[in-house]
Write a protein that binds this ligand. Structure first.
Ligand SMILES: Cc1cc2nc3c(=O)[nH]c(=O)nc-3n(C[C@H](O)[C@H](O)[C@H](O)COP(=O)(O)O)c2cc1C
Length: 208
């Protein structure tokens, strides 16, 4: 029996009717067995000020607590001017401070995003991947979930109605859960058939 995997989901849009929030809600319904997505809204996170990092606002204390409680992260990003929105970058910055007290470090992560355009946040996702390297998150490579032409993939109530996109999100989440179990020793399978016992996958041990 595999251990339960808790995923914390954030979307980088505060917009009512956000496609990225809608994609995150859709993901919550598409998780594999023995895993769950807990949602955290970024609405109450103020602008980062390094003067305040040792006495952060309660919304940031709560964000860091929720990150630490999670085994993995799902970050859903819009694309603003070819990059990630300030709202998301601001939250990433808050939760990595003060120096030596980052809540992100060492966790598994997956990213996806939705945009109105044809490129579906691909450019923003590559910026996000780079930022997650700085945060020492271990980001899943594939599948890349770039939801283009979002206005036609969700209905007027924000339900994801595009079956191939649902299937891609299912695959992303399955890979995230498998990846999390591989890199988190505490979550390894206790079953004799486990393939995740050959050492840390990032330490150079032979792949399972
Ligand atoms: C400031 C700003 C910049 C944007 N830049 C891009 C962009 O570079 N590429 C893109 O595909 N869409 C861009 N868009 C359009 C977004 O894809 C669209 O607003 C999308 O709905 C935002 O995500 P949301 O629905 O989750 O709020 C931009 C929107 C805003 C407000």
């Amino acid at each position: 029996m595999k251990s339960h995997v808790r995923i914390l989901g954030n979307a980088g849009s505060l917009r009512r009717g956000s496609y990225n929030q809608a994609a995150l809600r859709a993901a919550k319904l598409l998780v594999p067995e023995n895993s769950e997505i807990d949602l955290f809204q970024l609405d109450d996170i103020p602008m980062f000020n390094e003067d305040d990092e040792k006495r952060p606002p309660s919304s940031v204390v709560e964000l860091k607590k929720r990150i630490r409680r999670a085994d993995a992260l799902l970050i859903v990003t819009p694309e603003y001017n070819y990059s990630i929105p300030g709202v998301l970058k601001n939250a990433l910055d808050w939760a990595c401070r003060p120096h030596g007290d980052s809540a992100w470090s060492g966790k598994a992560a997956a990213i996806m995003g939705a945009s109105l355009g044809a490129i579906g946040t691909a450019r923003a996702q590559y910026h996000l991947r780079q930022i997650l390297v700085a945060l020492n998150l271990f980001t899943l490579n594939q599948p890349e979930v770039v939801i283009a032409d979002a206005a036609h993939r969700f209905d007027e109530n924000g339900n994801l109605i595009h079956e191939p996109t649902k299937q891609l999100i299912r695959e992303l989440l399955k890979n995230l859960v498998d990846w999390t179990r591989r890199i988190s020793p505490a979550l390894e399978s206790t079953s004799a058939s486990s393939t995740a016992t050959a050492g840390h996958p990032l330490s150079g041990a032979a792949p399972a």
